[in-house]
Design a protein around this ligand. Structure first.
Ligand code: NAG
Ligand code: NAG
Ligand code: NAG
Ligand code: FE2
Length: 231
């Protein structure tokens, strides 16, 4: 699988390539409207017993909301720096844009990757692609679980689409860099393994959380994302 930490440095120097589309998007959006916290399409308790209501509530209404607010504030400062032509200030704001913009993007994907009617197996083209690229659905799950559990500290496990290679890939990212901006992979399915995503319910036993979350995966959404990524 891909380790974001290894490619992010490369990415940093390739700002003009499409591998860094995300960063450019964040910069461009600085001149547009504020970001908002997206509503969930299900209740905080709807993913129980796999993810408890208290985790969902804090994760969405506190953690994600904080990323959105800080993204708004940072973009506001960025606009001022742009208007003044203050390049030093613009550069200094990059880490905050990356952190809060990345957090906003990741979580927006994550909520739609989950569903109270989730679990089971993917269908159709997604299933075919999984079998082609990993051998079987079971193998894909095992590989993604292992990579996700192994993330050191905070991070995410991802199933992404490699558009150039036309194949699915697993990536594990321990740093703050959003998936697409660093690996070029289009995110289809993300598993958040920051402690705020599981600690209240699973304590330090991250593997149990990762095992349980497969029961809440919205494969229709992952399929929709694959269709969109291929276009
Ligand atoms: C960020 O934007 C959202 C949406 O407009 C808004 O709800 C929130 O209050 C904003 N936060 C700040 C600090 O501007
Ligand atoms: C967003 O996802 C990237 C890629 O997995 C990860 O490195 C980063 O820690 C995430 N950021 C947040 C704030 O969750
Ligand atoms: C699934 O993902 C797509 C993005 O491809 C998003 O626009 C849509 O709202 C999501 N659908 C559901 C049911 O979560
Ligand atoms: Fe999170």
């Amino acid at each position: 699988f891909i380790n974001c930490a290894l490619v992010s440095h490369f990415c940093w120097h390739m700002l003009k390539t499409r591998k860094c589309i995300l960063k450019k998007k964040i910069l461009v959006s600085a001149s547009r409207q504020k970001h908002t916290l997206p509503d969930l399409t299900y209740d905080y308790g709807a993913l129980e017993p796999h993810i408890c209501a208290e985790i969902m509530q804090l994760h969405h209404s506190k953690h994600h909301a904080t990323y959105v607010n800080n993204l708004n504030v940072t973009e506001e400062k960025y606009k001022e720096a742009l208007a003044k032509g203050d390049v030093t200030a613009q550069v200094a704001l990059q880490p905050a844009l990356k952190f809060n913009g990345g957090g906003h993007i990741n979580h927006t994907i994550f909520w739609t990757n989950l569903s109270p009617n989730g679990g089971g197996e993917p269908q159709g083209e997604l299933m075919e692609a999984i079998k082609r690229d990993f051998g079987s659905f079971q193998t894909m799950k095992e590989k993604m679980s292992a990579a996700t559990v192994a993330v050191q500290g905070s991070g995410w496990g991802w199933l992404g689409y490699d558009k150039d290679g036309g194949r699915l890939r697993i990536a594990a990212c321990a740093n703050q860099d959003p998936l697409q901006g660093t690996t070029g992979l289009i995110p289809l399915l993300g598993i958040d393994v920051w402690e705020h995503a599981y600690y209240l319910q699973y304590k330090n036993v991250r593997p149990d959380y990762v095992k349980a979350i497969w029961n809440a995966i919205n494969w229709d959404n992952v399929s929709e994302r694959l269709q969109a990524a291929k276009m």
